[in-house]
Design a protein around this ligand. Sequence first.
Ligand code: ADP
Ligand code: MG
Length: 489
Amino acid sequence: MQWETVIGLEVHVQLATRSKIFSGASTAFGADANTQACAVDLGMPGTLPVVNEQAVSMAVQFGLGVNAEIAKTSVFDRKNYFYADLPKGYQTSQMYHPIVGPGLLDVTLDDGAAKRIRIHHAHLEEDAGKSLHESLSDDSGREMTGVDLNRAGTPLLEIVSEPDMRSAKEATAYLRAIHAIVTYLGISDGNMAEGSMRCDVNVSVRPKGQDAFGTRAEIKNVNSFRFVERAVAFEVERQIELIEDGGTVVQETRLYDPDRDETRSMRTKEEANDYRYFPCPDLLPIVLDQAYIDTLRDGLPELPDAKRGRFESQLGLSAYDAGVLASSREMADYFEEVMHVCDDAKQAANWVQGELSAALKREHLEISASPVSARQLGELIGRVKDDTISGKAAKQVFQALWDGQGESADEIIEAKGLKQVTDSGAIEAMIDDVIAQSPKQVTQYVEAEPDKRGKMIGYFVGQVMKASRGTANPQQVNQLLKEKLDAQL
Ligand code: ADP
Ligand code: MG
């Protein structure tokens, strides 16, 4: 039987506000446990939440970025459940009237194909605290679980897709597109390792050709692109095997364990919580007017799709190059600065995707942490363009910049004596030397069939380049050599 995979994602994006969604406590990452939770976050009796206007504005910007309907009125609901990391006893979320309505996202797959994925809605909510199970013990040595409430009340935007994805690749492409949009908008740092973006992956399978969806499993809190891909692969295989062995998939929540590369059941539908959602009596509905929405729309930066299109149509880059360079805001900003400094889009694209990307990959660095700045790279490319150095020497200069051996390409070119020799007198002198020292090869050249001579010239070029330690301009060497050798015929 042929099976089809169906995937829907619920992506939680931590919004980059300075303070929490309903209180003035800081959202900074990495503070000592429980130093950044205030009375509101702790759910103390008598406290009242106040909505963070920036979180609202960020949610609306996201909605505009995916061409979604923005709700003029949205409402916070309480999602009731008891857990130690949620001292209030409920999470404030939006269930029935989310701030962002249906939208669309066009994603590009690895093979260049485009796929449209519908967004069901996006809603604002608060994050919970964090349980720490590792290596805590009390005075008598008993093991304990700690609770860090710093994260309680951190604003989240939960983006819920329609079940439109049909493979793990489509799911990761969608997740990358979401990541690109939120980082372009600057509404999240998108740092998956720190939990700023995590997702619940809903997976089901159905016989190919069948309209009705199969029963899904929801894999909670997957926090990297690779884990999404692995979790889907495992889950699809598990479900198909189960059905083919005569079993049925039960709707349940599962956990992906990266160490064992498998998903495990957490709770089935029967054990699922009844959240008893109801409108939060402490918060007024959020009411937005058209002018507010229009102002935010006018202030949107150029988004990944538009940038990709501009790189292609205005700069003449290939669709592939444009896609890679527009894939993240950091990459796009870096590339554009290189281009402005060297005034050459194609060379800038080649270097950013070639030498620079390879070096970053080798050392597992993000482009924002590149030891070679965009300005330095742009100036280096400029020196190749104005014939100061050869392409080969440029790679040496790049490595030296990477290693911090100098502040600028010019400084390194000077220090290493890499300036290309374009003085034809100097090159001619080197050529004369090589010709004088290679009588055998000269005779062979003279006696060769005319159409073989072009190939034979390579030997002389190599000798001259060697004599110049790579600094002679290769075009000039070629040209002058040909003239001098042909003069011997
Ligand atoms: P709930 O409210 O119970 O979480 P939803 O219907 O809102 O359920 O769906 C949550 C997510 O699961 C959405 O992203 C949706 O696209 C996805 N989803 C729903 N049904 C399926 C299915 N049969 N297979 C895969 N994903 C699904
Ligand atoms: Mg859900």
